[in-house]
Structures are given as C-alpha cells and as structure tokens.
Design a protein around this ligand. Structure first.
Ligand SMILES: [Zn+2]
Length: 118
C-alpha cells in the first residue's frame, strides 16, 4: 500500500478513535447519572435500568471498536496494515474505506461470523 494511502487511513482511524472516546465519556456519564436517580418511583427505575443496560451495551461495543482501532494503528506502524490476520491475503481497499480497522478479508470475516453464530 502506498504511504499516502496509509496516511489517509491513519487519519480516518484517528478521527474514529476521537469520536469513540467522546461517546465513551458521555456513556460513562449516563451510567453514573442513572445510578444516582435509583431512588425514584418504580416506573422511573424500570426505564432508567433499561437505559443503563443500553449504555453498558454501547460502551462495551465502543471499547471493542477502540481495541480494533488501536490494533490497526499498530499494524500501520509495523507495515502490516491491509493484510488479513487469518489468511495473509490482501484486504480490499473498498473494505478498508468502509471499515478502516478491518483485520480480516471478507471471506475470513464471514467464516468467523458463521462460526460464532452456529
Ligand atoms: Zn482472509
């Protein structure tokens, strides 16, 4: 991959990372806020615990993404970016444009998802 392309992906990753950190911070605050209003009436509690669950879910998912972004950035440094972690094949550029932190080519990703689903 060309150095200029790598720089573009690096920028995209950094942007995405900053966005996720922002989201993570506000989710953290949501979770705290909900814990603070725990002594409301029952409807409040039911609603707030649902919101809290959602916040937890989103936070976990965001942290997963952050880990993948960090890994992708490391790969750029090591010159391994854009290579499938599973088969060693090249990850199509189009795929990286949609999801710059992809670690697997489409085939391997699909195989892995099937494994998880079954
Ligand atoms: Zn692969």
């Amino acid at each position: 991959m060309k150095q200029s392309d790598l720089n573009d992906f690096k920028k995209a990753l950094k942007r995405k990372r900053a966005m996720l950190m922002e989201t993570d911070k506000s989710l953290e605050q949501d979770i705290k806020k909900v814990t603070d209003i725990r002594h409301g009436d029952e409807a409040d509690i039911a609603e707030s615990s649902y919101e809290q669950e959602m916040s937890f879910y989103l936070k976990t998912r965001g942290q997963d993404e952050l880990r993948q972004i960090d890994e992708a950035m490391e790969r750029i440094e090591k010159g391994e970016y854009g290579v499938c972690d599973e088969c060693g094949g090249e990850i199509p550029r189009k795929r990286l444009e949609v999801q710059p932190y992809s670690l697997h080519c489409v085939d391997c990703q699909e195989k892995m998802e099937k494994k998880v689903a079954s």
